[in-house]
Write a protein that binds this ligand. Sequence first.
Ligand code: MN
Length: 291
Amino acid sequence: MRIALFDQYRIGIVDGTSVRDVTDVVDSRWHGTPHVINELIEHFDELEAPLRAALASAEERPLADVHLLPPVPRPGQVLAAPANYHAHVAEMTDSRYRPTNQQALQSPSRAGFFVKSSGSISGPADPIELPPMPDRAFHHEVELGIVIGKPARGVPAERAADHIFGYLVLLDLTLRTEGEQQEERTMRKSFETFTPIGPFLVTADEVPDPNALDLKLWVNGELRQQANTRDLIVGIGELIEQASGVVTLRPGDIYATGTPEGVGPIEVGDVVRAEIDGLGELTLPVVKRGW
Ligand code: MN
C-alpha cells in the first residue's frame, strides 16, 4: 500500500492518481493530529483488515485535489547513517567540506548513526527553506528512508525486516562548512525543512528488495545523483542491528540510510527532484526562509 497523509491529517490509500480516505479505522482521539499515522503503524496488525474493508467503500478522490503532508510528520526519532556509499566516502575525503571528525569516512561499517531533529521533517508540498547564512553552503543528499513498524531492541540483521513498516524517499539536507570551524552535525542537518520525506509511505510488502532500488536526484533538471541501494556499505539489516543495539527503535521512527556520490549545492530558486524506484518522487522548490 501507498499511504498518504493529507489535508487535516487524513490518512489515504493511494492508487494511481486517486486517494481513498481510511482515517476512521484509527481511534478517533488521534484524528486531526499528526500522530494518527504513528497509531496506524503501531497497531497495523489489528487495523489492516478493517482498513482493507474501509477501502472497498471509501470515496475515491483525485490525488491532485488534496494537500499532501509529510507521511510521518512526528517520528519519535530520526536516525541517519553517515557516508554509506564508497563513492560518496571518496568524494567527501577529497572535498573542501571534508568533515573535521573523519571517523565516519575512515570506517563506515563501524560509524553507527547520527541524529537529525524530528522537527526538520517536511513533506511533498513544502518548499526547502534555506536560512540566511551567506557564508555557508547547503547540499542535497537523496536517501532511502526506512520507517520502523515494530519496536526493535537488540535485533540481529537477519531479523530486521520484521521490524520495518515501509519505505519512503528522503532528503538529508545539510549545511556544509569549509575548514575547522564546523558546526555540530546535528545542527547542520536539523534546520526546518531539511528532512523532506514522501510523497507516500510505501509498505514493505510492496518493496520486494530494498537493497536493489535505484535512486536519483536532479537539480533544475540536471541529474546530480544516481545510484542503487545495492551499493550501500552497511546494508539495511546491519543498520538496524547497530542502531537497535543502542536504543529501542519504535513505530514511526525513521532511519535515513545514507547518500551516494554526487552531493552538491542548492540555492534559492532551484528546483530539486528526487526519485526512488517504486516509492515515487519529490519535487521541491528551494526558497529563502521567511522568518
Ligand atoms: Mn545523509
